[in-house]
Design a protein around this ligand. Sequence first.
Ligand code: FAD
Length: 392
Amino acid sequence: SSTPASDEILVAGGGIGGIATALALGRAGRAVRVLERAAELGEIGYGLQLGPNAYRILVELGIADKLKEVAFYPNNLVMIDAIDGKELTRIELGDAFQERYGYPYSVIHRSDLHQMLLDAARALPGVSIETSRGVASFTQDATGVDVVCEDGSQYRGAALIGADGLKSRVRASILNDGAPRVAGQVAYRGVVPIEEIEDATHADDVVMWVGPDLHLVQYRLRGGKVMNNVAVVENEAMRTGRAETIGPEEMEAIFSHCIPSVQKMLGFVRKDRHWVLQDRDPTPGWSLGRATLLGDAAHPTLQYLAQGACMAMEDAVVLARKVTTTPDVDAALVAYENERYLRTGRIQLSSRFFCGFCHAGGGARDVRNSIVTKRPKGSTFEIDWVYRGIDL
Ligand code: FAD
């Protein structure tokens, strides 16, 4: 094409990854246009845990003060055996933790985080965000990228960042590697007023109740006013692909071996919506000329380390750095991928491992319990590589 290239960087997808990218690039003085498929911007689901590595990114993006107003700061990450109610281990999130990593561990409502990113991005003169613009296809030449949207609208930019999530169209064009892997597990989520929590022992912690083929995570949101609940289950039918999900009765059956208080917590999750959990193997090659991938489009992960959105935000900051320090767009996108590939791949694989660890039954449960109960209480050494974050 002989059309002069626009300097604008196009971003497919306005989720946490896409909006963080617009903000990071916009702060670096670049013109950015986000093309979001949905008619309205916003997040579905409830809570997000943010490790100190992500807090640091939000400081870098200039929104840490806003975060302070809406986040909740739990005291501990606690793992409890859901079958006998015994605490297995914990990571203390107090002063020693904050000194070690430089930043706190926080939890936040997804829509609060998305809104904070959006407000900050929209305040920048070079950032445009458009809705009802699903990216259908793109082509590229030596000077730019041409994007065609599902409604026929067309855009030309200097680069295309595919932040279009788990079922990314941009990924299909770059890697053509089919659908993500269905993990054989399903998540149900819900929030309840904090008054409904009868036993307040762990009301100020992030608690993970673990049992055979199941776990349930709880933490407070919205200044502590509500309790966020995520229940995840798996069974043979889902593992072998015969079923994508299961109904409330089957879920109750899987939880029936848990202590009564945990069984009761199943009542806190909504049954009208579920998330079929999916991920991918680490896959290099997300950058192709002037196009690249970011967040779940690049490295979808199971949620066991609570790092998917954290990785998407780290991606955004690294991408903006590379684009502003490397004059050649192709080289900048390759440098970005090289810096992100192994770290995000390790998150993907470690999350799968941790999944097996949490859902262990029979002898595997005995082995798990003997290992984790021996770890020094409160220690964080296994997770240092995640929480220490990236070089900025
Ligand atoms: P998405 O949020 O999927 O955003 C993609 C956007 O692109 C969407 O807005 C979509 O509408 C749009 N889109 C799709 N196709 C197109 C197209 N063709 N053109 C234009 N737009 C398009 N992460 C954490 O860090 N901490 C946690 O505690 C945590 N808990 C989780 C719990 C559960 C149960 C699950 C399922 C996930 C959890 N995650 C967590 C992971 C986190 O939710 C994701 O990693 C993160 O939201 C990914 O953001 P993203 O912007 O890359 O993708």
